[in-house]
Design a protein around this ligand. Structure first.
Ligand code: AMP
Length: 212
């Protein structure tokens, strides 16, 4: 099964991605995780993108299409994948469709998680992320885990989860990423999911649309 997971920053995409990957044995292709790992490693890609990520802007399409091609080609042919964080723009959507055609691969579902903006700003302000494995938890203001429940690394607040950056990421999402979703929807089955409610409730809704 190949799935594309779409939704604004803070909609619970990362949490749902982790769930789906664990439940269905899919390869997790997260462009955000790939870019953050490159920044941490301080490699050529990381040096190119560090300030873009900090500002909540988008990495140029050409560079991203290379990153994506490498990541998808690294998935063994007999394994399904979950794509998370790509496409973010209309040209990325077109380039993904072309890449998948070339690889002779289809997409079973484009799952689009929807959450109102006000809820997103409130959620992200309180979000903790593991810098090592990408695990996400609530409770940045207190009450959240100090260490990652999955890998044990110290949890932290992502630089791009600052309120002014969050607002920029939401603006970028509306202007650039919403059109990408429309392009995908013309080609693959679009499955909108209401992302309000607990992560477990949202997981159940995601499982329901995937069973369709
Ligand atoms: P994410 O973890 O998916 O929210 O991604 C974090 C940041 O990485 C974004 O705010 C962008 O700066 C960058 N990024 C991730 N995926 C893409 C993409 N497909 N195109 C451009 N920039 C991206």
């Amino acid at each position: 099964m190949n799935v594309i997971l779409m939704g604004p920053p803070g909609c619970g995409k990362g949490t749902q991605a982790n769930e789906l990957v664990a439940a269905r044995g899919l390869a997790h292709v997260s462009t955000g995780n790939i870019l953050r790992a490159a920044v941490r490693a301080g490699n050529e890609l990381g040096r190119k993108v560090a300030s873009i990520l900090d500002a909540g802007e988008l990495v140029p399409d050409e560079l991203m299409s290379e990153v994506l091609r490498e990541a998808l080609e690294a998935v063994p042919a007999d394994r399904g994948w979950l794509l998370d964080g790509y496409p973010r723009t209309a040209p990325q959507a077109e380039s993904l469709i072309g890449l998948l055609e070339g690889l002779d691969q289809g997409v079973d579902a484009v799952v689009s998680i929807r959450v109102p903006d006000e809820e997103i700003v409130a959620r992200l302000a309180g979000r903790l992320t593991c810098p090592a494995c990408g695990f996400v938890a609530a409770g940045a203001g207190g009450g959240g885990p100090a260490e990652c429940p999955r890998c044990g690394h110290e949890m932290g607040v992502r630089d791009d989860d600052r309120p002014e950056t969050v607002r920029n990421r939401l603006r970028v999402f509306r202007e650039k990423t919403a059109p990408a979703e429309e392009i995908l929807a013309r080609r693959y089955p679009l499955k909108p999911v209401d992302g309000t409610g607990s992560p477990e409730e949202v997981s159940r809704k995601v499982a329901l649309v995937l069973a369709d």
